[in-house]
Design a protein around this ligand. Structure first.
Ligand code: NAP
Length: 551
């Protein structure tokens, strides 16, 4: 079995179980719980020493979720809801990680998980109809079903800038932040990247460092979070609206672009402006992205939102040249992930912060103590990469996954990911991806997206048990048609007009394919497919049953 992961001496317990779940973030933890409750034997594998997934790794200063905390929680468990009380409108990384730990302990999941264990390969053995899972430890596990709950934002992207290995100061990546505290006091710090991570880290590092140099390639749209402590009234209002919220999840529409987007009128500019003013004062991104049904579809409507944010940047940033460099243009508003910040633009008014516009002066090289652009030399003690992720497919393709007839996932996805419903892949029987490409995945509330996939898989496995079925796999036609549909939906919107990580363009060589599903009614479609006897799937008779019949 080909694997590039280095083996360690300690052996993994060589179990044979019904289900192996890879990843102990919110998706993996719920999968372990739900499937154990349904009577399956389950085993979890996790590369980190603890639960939490992306919230374990992304502990950079200022890391905070931009989905309101009351909603960024498991929706399936009234007990967990009763026993956990969020403190802030938007929860910080530490609190979210504590919540993941609380859930793992409360549900008694840790004993099911091998931590510090990175999966290297998974090979489907057709004869036994089992996945053989190898890790970076000796020994292997086998399982009927393999669930990849590896997350959409798990593999950090560190650009290969000439000389980076020569840098003698401290180097950090926001997605691999050290466990121990990092002090920037008295230091000259550089940061590369102004996406959601950079935009959160920059104001915090600016407060701590002697000097901060921000290397920006593309300016981003960002709106204020207006984070604040939650009050009793907030909690009560959430509880009062809970049933309606849960029902709205069931009706599924957490996709971003409703059908009405294509027929809606263009509202007058002053009406839009007034509404954006209100949303700006309220804080958060959700309101902006739904401000008008066609905001992510109609260029004229979208442009008003873009103008509005640019105006706010000009009003906030005192130096006009810096304000201009921070103002996004040339791509629509909200179709790269809209950033949510606390004092981001205002930070550029600090005397110790300098913005370097890489459009004017690209980085030429990194040396032992500096970053050199085309025209200047910046001496630095520390360098922070806030350069994002090989998103959505990165963690799946980091594992050498081999299906029927030696098919590799890498080859199958060489022109972009191909899935049925973002849950299953042809030629890879009994493999499920939680929030895989071709599903809403990274759009909307990822925790509830994960929950839905786990519930779907649980029901599917129950169906297979009921009917004594051995394998499930999508048909070629159904998978191809779903792929066409995912692309068509995206192409009707403004999303493909920005070079975002949704399209994989941040990773050199990655095919330019829009990966999330942004249509409405995803859950309804999934339900209809199940109700129509799992339309588009082929089930194999269990190998045990075939053997018994032959004897
Ligand atoms: P990102 O959005 O991909 O941003 C990466 C940044 O690095 C971009 O500004 C990019 O510039 C820059 N960059 C990459 N390679 C570069 C190079 N060679 N030279 C100069 N600049 C370079 O990554 P992220 O900020 O980590 O965010 C990723 C996603 O994680 C977010 O979109 C969001 O979904 C999630 N996230 C959420 C939160 C939250 O909930 N608040 C916080 C953090 C992250 P270009 O744009 O020019 O490529």
């Amino acid at each position: 079995m080909a694997t590039s992961v280095q083996k360690r001496a300690s052996a993994v317990e060589a179990v044979d179980c019904d289900v192996v779940v890879v990843g102990a973030g919110f998706g993996g933890l719920y999968a372990l719980h739900k499937l154990r409750e349904s009577g399956w034997s389950v085993r979890g594998l996790e590369a980190a020493p603890d639960v939490g997934g992306t919230w374990y790794w992304n502990r950079y200063p200022g890391a905070r979720c931009d989905v309101p905390s009351l909603f960024y929680s498991y929706s399936w468990s009234p007990e967990l809801r009763r026993e956990w009380r969020w403190t802030n409108r938007y929860a910080g990384q530490e609190e979210i990680l504590s919540y993941a730990r609380f859930a793992a302990d409360r549900l008694d999941l840790r004993k099911l998980i091998d931590f510090d264990t990175r999966v290297a390969s998974a090979t489907f053995d057709e004869k036994s109809e089992r996945w053989i899972v190898e890790t970076d430890r000796s020994g292997h596990l086998t399982a009927r079903f393999l669930i990849m709950a590896t997350g959409g934002l798990s593999v950090p992207n560190t650009p290969d800038i000439p000389g980076v290995a020569d840098f003698q100061g401290a180097i950090y990546h926001t997605a691999r932040w050290p466990q121990e505290p990092v002090s920037f006091e008295g230091k000259k710090v550089g940061i590369i990247g102004t996406g959601s991570s950079g935009i959160q880290a920059i104001p915090m590092i600016a407060q701590a460092a002697k000097q901060l140099v921000v290397f920006q390639r593309t300016p981003n749209f960002s709106v204020p979070a207006r984070n604040r402590p939650l009050t009793d009234e907030d909690h009560k209002s959430f509880d009062d609206g809970l049933d309606a919220y849960l029902a709205s999840l069931e009706q599924s529409d957490f996709g971003r672009v409703p059908p009405t987007a294509f027929t809606a009128e263009v509202p007058p500019r002053d009406v839009q402006w007034k509404h954006y003013e209100k949303l700006w004062n309220e804080g958060g991104s959700g309101g902006f992205l739904k401000a008008f049904p066609n905001i992510l579809v109609h260029p004229d409507v979208n442009e008003v939102a873009a103008d509005f944010v640019r105006q706010k940047i000009r009003e906030t940033v005192k130096d006009p040249k810096t304000a201009a460099a921070l103002s996004p243009s040339g791509y629509p508003f909200g179709v790269k992930r809209l950033c949510v910040d606390t004092d981001y633009f205002d930070t550029y008014n600090r005397p110790n912060v300098e913005l370097v516009n890489l459009r004017d002066e690209p980085i030429e090289k990194i040396t032992a103590h500096a970053v050199d652009t085309k025209s200047r030399h910046f001496e630095l003690d520390a360098l922070v990469f806030a350069t994002g992720f090989d998103a959505v497919t990165g963690a799946l393709l980091a594992v050498d996954i081999r299906g029927r007839n030696g098919a590799t996932l890498k080859d199958a996805w060489s022109e972009g990911p191909k899935t049925y419903l973002g849950l299953t892949v042809k030629d890879f029987p009994n493999l499920f991806t939680i929030t895989g490409p071709g599903s809403p995945s990274v759009i909307g509330n990822v925790i509830t997206n994960c929950e839905y996939h786990v519930d779907w898989i649980d029901a599917c496995l129950a169906h297979m048990r009921r009917h004594d079925l051995g394998t499930i796999e999508p048909d070629a036609e159904a998978q191809a048609a779903w792929g066409v549909h995912v692309t068509e939906v995206a192409d009707r919107t403004l999303f493909p007009k920005a070079n975002s990580w949704y399209l994989g363009v941040n990773i050199p060589g990655k095919p330019r394919v829009f990966m999330p599903y942004i249509g409405e009614g995803y859950r309804t479609t999934c339900k209809e497919i199940v109700a129509d006897n799992y339309r588009g799937f082929t089930f194999g008779v269990s190998a045990d049953r075939e053997r018994a019949a032959a004897e």
